[in-house]
Design a protein around this ligand. Structure first.
Ligand code: C2E
Ligand code: CA
Ligand code: CA
Length: 687
């Protein structure tokens, strides 16, 4: 044996070494096999001692090993001796593994040569290396991924390193130097400079910042995370950025859609409120400051829309908004709805701004006349004062709107909010509420005003007129009811309610309301074009088994203004159902006589404004003319508003068939009609 393995030191070293130690003789036969070698190769030492070392090698190496060994012994040249190298070894179970092998040569004084192999297991190491390689590939993929920018900068912004994306997007084709700041667009430059200067003092954490970057072609919004890196090479700033241009674009678009009016491009009402309130806080506006809220709108914008279509109407509004912006020095402006705008100006500027708005509308009006041939597009204005420490945005807008309503109702150009406007608006609101209730509960009543034959004086029928008494507002005139219903878009419900009330009363008093003394029910001009209102009437008559001849319909001239197919068809349906039609308020509208022949009319009613004119010669001539027109169309004529015997006699003398007015009776409840008839018949000597 070449090495004295019996010495205690040798034994301790041999047993304790973490790497496997194998000793072979010059023929390659294993002499010693340390415990660590046993663990590494899975052999017990008695299994391998005496065997050739090649049992621990893969077949390829095993076949050649004896050759290597004898060559070394012959020439003294060997690739392993005295050097370490990585080899593949084989465990007892045949599994191959990497190990680091260092071989030393020992020689006894007797000249016997042995080789000592130190075997270091590399399996774990190899695994880690492979893992590192995978991480490296992943890191490199990440490093070069598109849309992700990575830079390493000197503290003055000089670029030490940048990934492919950053280089391609911001460094290629660049004329200036390689400083990060050169790639930052002007609006973000200061922020980037500040960040770099802060890095001199050490950025404690990662700092996130959005910068607008630029190259020669375009701008890119990049969200950056910057971090100060300290290593052996000194202090650097590392930046990782993501291209968020599309996100920013989408966010901007969403912001625009939420806060701006797509038609006028002005801020939305809610956004103006936010800006206005913010302005007072941010700019510490003095408590005494006053602003004027000015609401204005085009009357008849609906007509412009109808005549020219949505697109042109919207263009008109856009044009107007631009013109206001260009020429009027307002604080805020927005569109509330349709052609209704809100302008907020300094109180002291009110008159100037009002004149400017007026001027803009005059220009718009001229433009509309020129381009679309519109006849008029007047505006109405309502204003209210906002005092900083007293009012809220919502309240003052409401007040300006009340003033605007007042301007509309009184056909005045401009009104300022005051107590009486407030009272009128409150009444309107209250009235709207009670009207809704009244319609729900069928509380609108119907009274009947008699009509008489002007020749014989005998009763020939009635006009049904709506009557409404409320606890809070007492008597409300039909005109105010109609106006309120119109505001609530409930005109159809109102007519329906009156129709059913009138028909029920007719059913309750079959002796009063007959084919000889029919009841004329008024139908709003607007509703007359709807088939469903006519159906409502006819089905109501059938349901109550009434004689259709005991019912007539009064409709005003303007219903026939746009004499469309539906109006004509409705006239025919009524006529076929045996219901007479009376044209109300004749002469007050556009008086296009042509329609008289087009609709199946029976009776023409002269408006009481003409009867009032009876005292003047021209008035009398007018009455005569109307009667003769009616006759030429073979229509009977009724005059309403007769208050004196002279009016009655004159109308009778010119051939007017029937009369109605306070001279005979006001509209009275059905239950009082018998009493009235009795008295009336006595008066005229009819028995
Ligand atoms: P109208 O259809 O022209 O009704 C005639 C109006 O003249 C009624 O006013 C009536 O009370 C009034 N009147 C009748 N004789 C005289 C008179 O000798 N002197 C004066 N000064 N006035 C007289 P009322 O009831 O206030 O109705 C006003 C308008 O309201 C009606 O005008 C009609 O357009 C509408 N209206 C009334 N009731 C109804 C209804 O039930 N349905 C619909 N759709 N409209 C109605
Ligand atoms: Ca009428
Ligand atoms: Ca009338």
């Amino acid at each position: 044996m070449g090495i004295n393995e019996e010495t205690p030191l040798y034994k301790a070293l041999f047993d304790a070494a973490a790497d496997g130690i194998i000793i072979i003789n010059s023929r390659g036969v294993i002499q010693s096999f340390s415990p660590a070698a046993e663990a590494l190769f899975g052999y017990r030492k008695d299994e391998v001692i005496g065997k050739n070392i090649s049992v621990l090698m893969p077949k390829k190496d095993a076949d050649q090993h004896d050759g290597y060994l004898s060559n070394y012994l012959l020439t003294g040249k060997g690739s392993v001796i005295g050097k370490g190298r990585e080899v593949t070894a084989m465990k007892k179970n045949g599994q191959l593994f990497h190990m680091h092998l260092s071989v030393g040569r020992a020689e006894t004084p007797g000249g016997e040569v042995s080789f000592v192999g130190i075997c270091h297991d590399l399996s774990q190491y190899k695994k880690v290396v492979q893992q590192l390689e995978r991480v490296d590939i992943r890191y490199r993929n990440l490093f070069d991924s598109e849309g992700l920018f990575i830079v390493r900068l000197q503290l003055d912004g000089a670029i030490i390193l940048s990934n492919r994306s950053f280089t391609q997007q911001f460094l290629e084709n660049r004329t200036s130097g390689d400083n990060f700041l050169d790639s930052v667009a002007e609006p973000s430059k200061n922020e980037a400079r500040l960040l770099l200067s802060l890095s001199h003092y050490g950025l404690s954490d990662e700092v996130k910042v959005s910068l607008m970057m630029e190259n020669t072609a375009c701008h890119t919004e990049v969200e950056w995370w910057f971090k100060l890196i300290k290593d052996d090479h000194g202090h650097h700033v590392q930046g990782v950025g993501i291209d968020v241009s599309e996100k920013v674009l989408a966010a901007n678009e969403a912001f625009f859609l939420k806060n701006f009016d797509p038609v006028t491009k002005l801020p939305q009402f809610n956004y103006v409120q936010h800006l206005f309130e913010q302005h007072q806080v941010d700019d510490e506006v003095s408590k005494d400051t006053r602003f004027c809220f000015m609401v204005f709108e085009l009357i008849d914008f609906d007509r412009i829309r109808m005549l020219n279509g949505e697109v042109l109407a919207d263009n008109t509004l856009e044009e107007l908004a631009r013109s206001l912006e260009d020429h009027i020095d307002y604080l805020y402006c927005c569109r509330i709805k349709a052609s209704r705008f809100l302008l907020i100006v300094e109180m002291s500027d009110l008159e100037t701004r009002r004149v400017q708005v007026e001027q803009k509308f005059a220009e718009l009006q001229a433009e509309l006349r020129r381009t679309v041939g519109d006849i008029s597009s007047e505006i109405r204005i309502g204003t209210a004062c906002y005092k900083v420490d007293r009012d809220t945005f919502g309240d003052v807008t409401e007040q300006a709107l009340m003033a605007l309503t007042f301007s509309h109702q009184h056909a005045v150009f401009s009104s300022s909010y005051n107590e009486s406007i407030h009272a009128a608006a409150m009444r309107k609101k209250g009235l709207q509420k009670v009207l809704i209730d009244a319609l729900k509960h069928n509380e609108i009543d119907v009274h009947f005003q008699p009509k008489v034959d002007l020749k014989t004086r005998r009763l020939v029928g009635y006009e049904a007129l709506m009557r409404w008494h409320t606890e809070e507002y007492e008597y409300i005139s039909p005109l105010e009811i109609i106006e309120t219903a119109q505001e609530l878009n409930l005109l159809f419900e109102l007519d329906k309610c009156v129709i059913h009330k009138a028909l029920s009363i007719v059913q309750d008093y079959p002796l009063l309301f007959t084919a000889q003394t029919p009841v004329a029910i008024n139908i709003s001009a607007r509703n007359f074009a709807f088939k469903c209102i006519i159906d409502e009437l006819i089905s109501g008559i059938h349901r109550r088994s009434l004689d259709p001849a005991s019912i007539e319909v009064e409709v005003t001239e303007d219903a026939l203004l746009t004499i469309g197919d539906q109006v004509k068809a409705n006239g025919k349906v009524l006529r076929n159902a045996g219901i007479n039609i009376c044209l109300d308020d004749f002469g007050t509208g556009y008086s296009a006589l042509s329609y008289l022949g087009k609709l199946s009319l029976d009776n023409l009613k002269i408006d009481r404004s003409f009867v009032n004119e009876f005292t003047h010669k021209s008035g009398r001539l007018m009455l005569e003319a109307i009667v003769s027109i009616a006759k030429s169309f073979h229509l009977t004529v009724t005059a309403e508003g007769i208050e004196t015997p002279a009016q009655q006699d004159f109308l009778a003398s010119i051939g007017c068939d029937y009369g109605q007015g306070f001279y005979y009776s006001k509209a009275i409840p059905a239950q009082n009609l018998s009493q009235w008839i009795e008295t009336y018949h006595q008066d005229i000597g009819y028995s």
